[in-house]
Ligand binder design. Structure first.
Ligand code: SAM
Ligand code: SF4
Length: 318
């Protein structure tokens, strides 16, 4: 699919639930949240039909996210169904890793090609303060289980002023010791995130250079999305910087999103939603969904700067 700015759209991120077992300070407030009733979440069959239509329209990679996707008991079947769809080349997931150890092997067998695990700190206390739950050990268990079953992982971290800022080098050490990518994502002013100041990734890179010596920027690979990777001679893995606040990457955006209640989001920062759930429940088949998506993509905004989405990531699907 090409949009009217000539961008090829071949990547779809689907939020399969809005529920989460953590309460990250910049994402989901601790007070009682209003989650969607089960009946408003798309069923496996609806996700399958939607992804079939998306594949026919030109989507090649699907990321399963949330909320926390592992909160959905049918997540393994969902991965299996989606990975069987013709033309879907890659199904990946973003997860906080808690509970992943139990299902890593099943997910791999179901066809999952990789997991991005969000771990904002390797210090138990600051992890606990940032996520509201004392479960760092379980998240790390999930990370190491992926290694054991051969599921490729990347680690995601959102630096938070005054919280994990001083200990980011510990996360960088993961990339020093293991062949994995550790990525730092600038805080975006979505939902609770608006309460925090982003830390510019340039500053983080500078700190790493002071500690470890020069990092060389790798040749950008469009398939890697907006992350820019850096390598240091002493590192087995690499450091990735995702900098939506300090360096816009809208001009090369290749993605669309679908929220847990089946709304199409053409841009993370754009509030306009097309109700795909209603269209699926009205009986539209993959062929019709294909046409609907191809037409909708023409409305994808040039960039997200002039828009005013205020929903948090757990509602949109990060
Ligand atoms: N629960 C899963 C997880 O945490 O990986 C998947 C959903 S979560 C919304 C996806 C990613 O969005 C996480 O890496 C999280 O750190 C990031 N995120 C959430 N709110 C954010 C914000 N305001 N700015 C930047 N990243 C954010
Ligand atoms: Fe849950 Fe992920 Fe949001 Fe943290 S970032 S509250 S783990 S959805």
């Amino acid at each position: 699919m090409q949009d009217k700015f000539g961008r090829t759209i071949d990547y779809m991120r689907i939020s399969i639930t809005d529920r989460c077992n953590l309460r990250c300070v910049y994402c989901m407030a601790e007070e009682q949240q209003q989650f969607l009733p089960e009946s408003e979440l798309l069923t496996i069959e609806e996700w399958e039909r939607l992804c079939q239509g998306a594949a026919q329209a030109g989507i090649r990679k699907i990321r399963i996210t949330g909320g926390e996707p592992l909160m959905r008991p049918d997540v393994v079947s969902l991965v299996h169904k989606i990975s069987q769809i013709p033309n879907i080349e890659k199904v990946v997931m973003t997860s906080n890793g808690v509970g992943l150890a139990k299902v890593a092997k099943k997910l791999k067998l179901a066809g999952l090609a990789g997991v991005n695990i969000s771990i904002d700190s390797l210090e138990r206390e600051s992890y606990c303060r940032l996520t509201g739950r004392d479960v760092l050990a379980e998240a790390l268990e999930g990370l190491s289980a992926c290694g054991s079953v051969g599921l490729p992982v990347k680690v995601n971290c959102v630096p938070v002023v005054g919280e994990n800022e001083a200990a980011l080098w510990q996360l960088a050490e993961l990339a020093e010791q293991y062949p994995i990518e550790v990525r730092f994502i600038e805080m975006m002013p979505l939902g609770e995130g608006a309460k925090f100041q982003p830390i510019a990734n340039d500053k983080i890179l500078q700190q790493f250079q002071e500690r470890y010596g020069d990092f060389v920027q790798q040749e950008p690979d469009k398939k890697d999305g907006p992350a820019i990777y850096y390598q240091n001679d002493a590192f087995c893995g690499s450091i990735g910087l995702i900098s939506p606040m300090s360096h816009s990457f809208c001009h090369q955006c290749n993605r669309i999103r679908v929220t847990a209640d089946g709304k199409l989001k053409l841009c993370l920062h754009h509030p306009a939603d097309l109700d795909l759930r209603a269209l699926l429940r009205a009986g539209n088949q993959a062929e019709q969904i294909k046409t609907i998506l191809q037409e909708a993509v023409q409305q994808k905004p040039k960039d997200g700067h002039s828009t005013d989405e205020s929903r948090p990531m757990w509602r949109i699907g990060g």
